[in-house]
Design a protein around this ligand. Structure first.
Ligand SMILES: NC(=O)c1ccc[n+]([C@@H]2O[C@H](COP(=O)([O-])OP(=O)(O)OC[C@H]3O[C@@H](n4cnc5c(N)ncnc54)[C@H](O)[C@@H]3O)[C@@H](O)[C@H]2O)c1
Length: 312
């Protein structure tokens, strides 16, 4: 078992619990479900419940709960959900004041205890939180990415499949830009098994799907009173698996830009290859002038939240 991987989940709440379940069930490695001291027993309880589940479902994984950073040492992957989720009426950016000190605390500890881990940030406001993580830790750019694009693309793909009346398995689409209401669903790359989606879906319906995708997170917050957690967890696990298995998957994720798409010193959703080196490559795809305009608007929104962080 010398090659057994270790996955540290920072935050044992709704997404953290589902992440633990998925990682264990897929036998990606042993899991440490971490939370603040006041929630340590909660984390331990979830971990024990999930370990008992292994006997029913037949997966081999050690799952522990902890509030001690020393228990995270040696983690191959860290997935960060620490922070507060949205409530109805809130935007992701409204969370910055509460979640900024939390990501700083997590980043300082991760730098000390898990310097070699590949880090996937989920906490919102996503693009600013992943920027702050890199700023505090000074980690190499390939070692940290934000999860949003896989989820936003999944939402877009679902709505396209339902509208076109085809299997979700045949729909390919990507959502780029910041994880906010001005994210950029890239219509020019949207296909149903290679056939342009516009062949199946009329322009007015396509616009309605794009609008619904942009507000996809808020739709769930309004229904449940809190953020989505099943699809967010699966999306982050797809990124973790790509890293652990050196899969070289091309996934939309918030990656550090150094001139790609015309942006510098900013994290934003772009197509990136994830393999054993972490974010190994950012792929620059041709965008229409309209898409470039939308990306610019989205980048400005991300930058404004990053600027708030820099001043705090
Ligand atoms: N990126 C995305 O696409 C996406 C999607 C959905 C939700 N989110 C965000 O993910 C975050 C988590 O959502 P959730 O539904 O799991 O929330 P949750 O409230 O269920 O869980 C968050 C957990 O973080 C813990 N926590 C707080 N401070 C901590 C610290 N310093 N160290 C360790 N743990 C700490 C809390 O005690 C809590 O258990 C939110 O910010 C939410 O907005 C992002």
């Amino acid at each position: 078992m010398a090659n057994r991987k270790k996955i540290g989940l920072i935050g044992a709440g709704n997404i953290g619990g589902e992440l633990a379940r998925l990682c264990a069930n897929a036998e990606l490695g042993d899991v440490v479900l971490f939370d603040i001291p006041a929630k340590e027993n909660f984390a331990k309880g979830k971990a024990l419940d999930l370990e008992q589940n292994s006997s029913v479902l037949g997966y081999d994984a050690k799952i522990t709960g902890s509030s001690n950073w020393a228990d995270l040492e040696g983690s191959d992957v860290l997935i960060i959900t620490a922070g507060i989720p949205r409530k109805p009426g809130q935007s992701r950016d409204d969370l910055v004041a509460v979640n900024l000190p939390i990501i700083r605390d997590v980043a300082n500890n991760a730098k000390k205890h898990c310097p070699d881990a590949f880090v996937i940030v989920i906490s919102n406001p996503l693009d600013a939180m992943v920027y702050e993580y890199k700023r505090v830790t000074g980690c190499p750019k390939g070692k940290v990415a934000g999860m949003a694009g896989v989820l936003d693309s999944a939402r877009f793909q679902l709505f396209l499949a339902r509208e076109a009346g085809v299997s979700i398995k045949d729909v390919r689409a990507m959502v780029l830009g910041g994880h906010g209401d001005d994210m950029v669903p890239v219509l020019s790359m949207c296909t149903i098994n290679g056939v342009p989606a516009t062949h199946f879906i009329k322009a007015d319906r396509m616009q309605a799907i794009i609008d619904r995708t942009r507000k996809g997170g808020g739709e769930i917050v309004n229904l449940m009173g809190t953020s989505a957690y099943y699809a967010p967890a699966s999306s982050a696990v797809a990124m973790a698996e790509a890293y652990l298995g050196d899969q070289k998957r091309l996934l939309a994720c918030a990656a550090y830009l150094e001139g790609e798409y015309g942006y510098k010193d900013l994290f934003m959703g772009v197509p990136a290859v994830i393999g054993k080196g972490g974010v190994e490559k950012i792929v620059e795809i041709p965008l229409t002038s309209e898409e470039k305009g939308m990306l610019e608007k989205s980048a400005k929104s991300v930058q404004s939240v990053v600027d708030v962080c820099k001043k705090s």
